[in-house]
Design a protein around this ligand. Structure first.
Ligand SMILES: [Fe+2]
Length: 351
């Protein structure tokens, strides 16, 4: 039988007592990407191929085993992930213990409110009607962005996967910001969105889950500065955002509907990853949103292990950030180049 999601405030939801207190804001240790060589010489020298899957997001590195990275290569990889949003690998031999250790290298391991093992989430196949009311399992999102310190670097390793189905789609939040008109960019800068775990909490309990923290509603900037790339990025998340804090109800509803359409229209800003057993996606939750494509396959054939670390509290620093287009223009003029057909974003993001 298909799993049904309900977010109703049922007696079970009212009666449930989460065992752990809310998380307190903290300042994470310095992002490892800052320690990486901007040229990524050590990491890229090891790769047999560097394949940019789309102009704006997603690079596949071939010939590299995550289990054998040096610390310098790990730092360079973090920088590449921050720049490209997501970096993919296939045929990895990394064990679960090694995956935990790799996550711990990058920071304090994040724990989803529904995550039972403190070190990883087991990702399974999903069926269900993603078009049913209240079912968000096929919706774009940044993983539990309602946290005060939402996750940054996240690694999903697929242990087993069906021959087809279960792809993951990633969209660049820097490009989503950049493709807004200057008028909308200005309007959205300085606004805040409320990210809520209320519905997920209720759905978890109604589905037999045991969330270990109470639901929270957190205000985050709608446009944020990426701490590593200093790019202006949209901080939009249709799964968890309930409203825009500064707007009236109807204004908020319509702006959120616009943002959802803006995202769903952005085929040019997305990459779709087809999984194979042993494949890994290493993404930066700050730089992308992603979604699964549930259904149409045998759910028992899909299993992955996800590790993540807590990032900094999202911030907006208008005096020290620029849009993707502004960066392209600046680097173009700095290099004295004048390319008639525009610059491929990849060449910019790798600078
Ligand atoms: Fe996710």
């Amino acid at each position: 039988m298909a799993f049904q999601v309900t977010t109703e405030l049922s007696p079970a939801v009212f009666d449930y007592k989460p065992p752990n207190p809310p998380l307190k804001e903290f300042v994470p240790s310095r992002d490892r990407a800052f320690f990486g060589d901007p040229e990524k010489a050590s990491l890229l020298a090891q790769a047999s191929a560097v394949d940019n899957l789309t102009p704006y997001v997603g690079t596949e590195l071939k010939g590299i085993q995550l289990s054998r990275l040096t610390d310098a290569q790990k730092d360079e990889l973090a920088l590449l992930v921050a720049e490209r949003g997501v970096v993919f690998f296939r045929d990895q031999d990394i064990t679960l213990e090694q995956q935990h250790a790799l996550a711990a290298y990058y920071g304090i391991q994040d724990r989803d409110p529904n995550q039972q093992d403190p070190r990883h989430v087991t990702i399974v196949g999903r069926e269900g009607n993603i078009r049913a009311y209240g079912n968000n399992s096929g919706e774009f999102h940044s993983d539990h962005s309602f946290e005060v310190n939402p996750p940054s670097y996240t690694l999903l390793r697929m242990v087993k996967t069906p021959p087809d189905g279960g792809d993951t789609i990633y969209a660049s939040q820097a490009a989503l910001y950049d493709k807004l008109s200057p008028t909308f960019q200005k309007t959205f800068e300085g606004l805040h969105a409320i990210h809520s775990s209320d519905r997920g909490y209720a759905a978890s309990i109604n589905g037999g889950g045991s969330p270990h923290r109470a639901p929270i509603n957190t205000s985050h900037p709608l446009v944020r500065t990426h701490p590593v790339t200093r790019l202006k990025i949209l901080n939009y998340n249709p799964w968890f955002i309930t409203r825009i804090a500064e707007l009236n109800a109807q204004e908020s509803n319509h702006i959120l509907a616009f943002l959802r359409e803006h995202l769903l229209q952005a085929d040019d800003l997305t990459v779709r990853w087809r999984w194979t057993a042993g494949a890994v996606a290493f993404w930066d939750n700050r730089a992308i949103v992603h979604k699964a494509t549930p259904g149409g396959y045998d759910v028992t054939l899909r299993e992955g292990k996800r590790t993540a670390i807590f990032g900094e509290r999202p911030f907006w620093d208008p005096d020290n950030s620029e849009s993707l287009s502004q960066r392209i223009e600046r680097l173009q003029s700095e290099k004295g180049e004048n390319r008639e057909n525009g610059i491929h974003s990849q060449s910019v993001l790798n600078n």
